[in-house]
Write a protein that binds this ligand. Structure first.
Ligand code: GTP
Ligand code: MG
Length: 198
C-alpha cells in the first residue's frame, strides 16, 4: 500500500469524542518508550506526524490520524510507565480499555514489544486481556536495528515459546525498525488486506 496522505485529526481523553466509527481503524499500543509513535511516523514516511521522545510517557492521549482518507491509525498512550504519579498512571491506563471496548471499527491492535527484552509480564497480561475481550491483535517487535539479526530472531523465538504456554495459536508477528524500515511493507500490506474486507 502506498501512503499518499497522512494527517493528524484529533487528540482525546474521552473515547466517546473520537472520530465517527465509519472507517477501519488500527491502534498501536505497548509499554512506554517501545517506539509506537516512531513506528507510526515510519509507516507514514513522515518525521513528526506523531510526537516522539526519548523520555517515556510522551503520548498521553488517544491520537487519531487519517490515512489516505480511508482508514485511521491511532497512537495510544503507553502502559507500564513507572515515573508518573499513581493517580496519573491509573488515568492513562484506564483510558485505553474505554477506547478499546467501544470502537466497533477497531480492526486490529498492534502490540509493540521491544525485541531486546525477555517476555515481560505487563505485555503478556495485556495480550491475555485482549484475548479475553476477543479483540484481534498482532505483535510487532521493535528496534530490531539495535540487537542485530541473530539476537532478534533468537528473542522472537523465546517469545513464541512463552506465548505457546498460554495460547493455542500465535498472533501475526512482525519485526520492525525505524532505522532500517524493516517491517514497513509487511505491516502496511497486512493492514491493506484487512481494509479490503471493510
Ligand atoms: P510513549 O509515547 O512515551 O509511550 O513512547 P512511544 O512508544 O511512543 O515511543 P517513541 O516512539 O516516542 O520512541 C521512544 C524512543 O525510542 C525514541 O528515542 C525513539 O527514537 C527510539 N526508537 C523508536 N523506535 C526505534 C527503532 O526502531 N530503532 C531505534 N534504534 N530507536 C527507536
Ligand atoms: Mg508515543
Amino acid at each position: 500500500m502506498i501512503i499518499k496522505d497522512a494527517k493528524f485529526l484529533i487528540s482525546n481523553e474521552n473515547p466517546e469524542k473520537c472520530p465517527p466509527q465509519n472507517k477501519p481503524e488500527y491502534a498501536f499500543t505497548g509499554r512506554s518508550n517501545v517506539g509506537k509513535s516512531t513506528l507510526i511516523n515510519m509507516l507514514c514516511n513522515r518525521k513528526n506526524l506523531a510526537k516522539t521522545s526519548s523520555t517515556p510517557g510522551k503520548t498521553r492521549l488517544i491520537n487519531h490520524f487519517l490515512i489516505n482518507n480511508s482508514w485511521y491509525l491511532v497512537d495510544l498512550p503507553g502502559y507500564g510507565y513507572a515515573r508518573v504519579s499513581k493517580k496519573e498512571k491509573g488515568k492513562f491506563e484506564k483510558l485505553t480499555p474505554g477506547y478499546i471496548n467501544n470502537r466497533k471499527n477497531l480492526m486490529c491492535i498492534f502490540v509493540l514489544i521491544d525485541v531486546r527484552l525477555k517476555p515481560q509480564k505487563s505485555d503478556l497480561t495485556y495480550m491475555e486481556e485482549l484475548g479475553e475481550a476477543e479483540v484481534p491483535f498482532a505483535m510487532i517487535f521493535t528496534k530490531s536495528d539495535k540487537p542485530g539479526k541473530n539476537k532478534t530472531v533468537q528473542n522472537v523465538e523465546i517469545y513464541k515459546k512463552e506465548m505457546l504456554k498460554k495460547w493455542e495459536e500465535l498472533p501475526p508477528m512482525f519485526i520492525s525498525s525505524s532505522i532500517t524500515k524493516e517491517g514497513r511493507e509487511e505491516i502496511l500490506e497486512f493492514i491493506d488486506n484487512i481494509n479490503k474486507k471493510w
